[in-house]
Design a protein around this ligand. Sequence first.
Ligand SMILES: *Cc1c(COP(=O)(O)O)cnc(C)c1O
Length: 436
Amino acid sequence: MIPFAMRYHSTRGNSDPVSFAASALAGLAPDGGLYIPETIPEYRGSVRKSLGTMRFQEIAFQTILPYVKDDIPSAALEDLVSAAFTFTAPLVPVSSRLVLELFHGPTAAFKDFGARFMARCFAWLRRGESKPLSILVATSGDTGGAVADGFFGVEGITVTVLYPKGRVSELQEKQIAGLGGNISALAVEGSFDDCQRLVKSAFADKELRASRTLSSANSINISRLIPQAVYYAAAAGRAAAGKTDSGLPLTMAVPSGNFGNLTAGLYAMAMGAPIASFIAATNINKTVPDYLESGKYKTMPSQATISNAMDVGAPSNFERMIAHWSYRDLKSRIRGFSVTDDETRKTIADVFNRGGYYLDPHGAVGWAAVSKAGKLPGPAAILATAHPAKFAQTVEPITGPVPVPPSIKSALSRTARAETIPPELSALKEFLLRRE
Ligand SMILES: *Cc1c(COP(=O)(O)O)cnc(C)c1O
């Protein structure tokens, strides 16, 4: 037995602990649970003290290394983080608050951090494998684009993204279906639920499993979660070093749906990043704020809102939160607030009128939640999870034209090439078997 090897356990406790590599490549544990590290490592004192001055990629290296070191040597991890994090996460002052802009990646949403690291991690972990890996992803919009972009051009891996035909925006469709190469797009004549059902039945199909290695890339994957701790540590470090404000620890407001992002924040805090506390900001899908209030966890069917990447009534990462922390622990670290669409629109208008700053609907939910929280012990930092131009149809009627960043311009210039299939496993199978 290797001493001090980091093991990953299932949140449901009925699967054997495995290595980082095995947990990442498997996605879900065999008992249906999510993998979590058996302990959350802590930053060494010298690292913690220099979070405010280190380069982003150096913080990424120091944050991720203890989770992966049994499978990824230091030199390889350095390469992975420099290839994955080619953009930064600036902390911008806006009307006496701070906004942590997480939308400077290629698909203009924070999911780029997780997806790009995951893609390079998979490529490294599978080096030397001859059998190609086929990744299947069902998406309602945002995840598909980030995963497609993250895996684009990664050797030995093909990705098939299934999305509901006619139910994603033009930009999202181009981000998913405009790359080509090792990325295929299937427009399914059905709903997002049909797409998810097709992916699940493909995984269960004996013939497909015999002919290729299948994997998924959805947000429950531990290799997407861990890299998200990095921008919390970087921002908290800068603030505590007095770079932005008073030097007091940040209260970080996280627009949340499946709660992967907030869970990564809890990891950063447990590692020793100087964070005062969190605000869980949801739209009317308020399962977690209700839980924090009452101690009772009750999932509900999701309701459609203008911050649609957070329309989740049964957040999958909640299982991780309660596996690591008790109700009391969570209450002491997080306050939850839910925000209506009207409040979200009003916030976009107020923030624009006061400071000329464009918030997207998800970031606006975070901003509104901070307003509901009242007086805080230090500065508030709101995580802006998407670029406002990504949700122009909601933002522009309020603010007028939103400047479009180069990443979105370049995606819009692509041609979407998707194959349309009926919502049937036979059609998906036929496509996959023909593909190689
Ligand atoms: C996915 C997403 C969220 C929700 O993140 P979770 O980790 O699922 O809580 C918030 N905002 C945007 C723009 C997203 O794409």
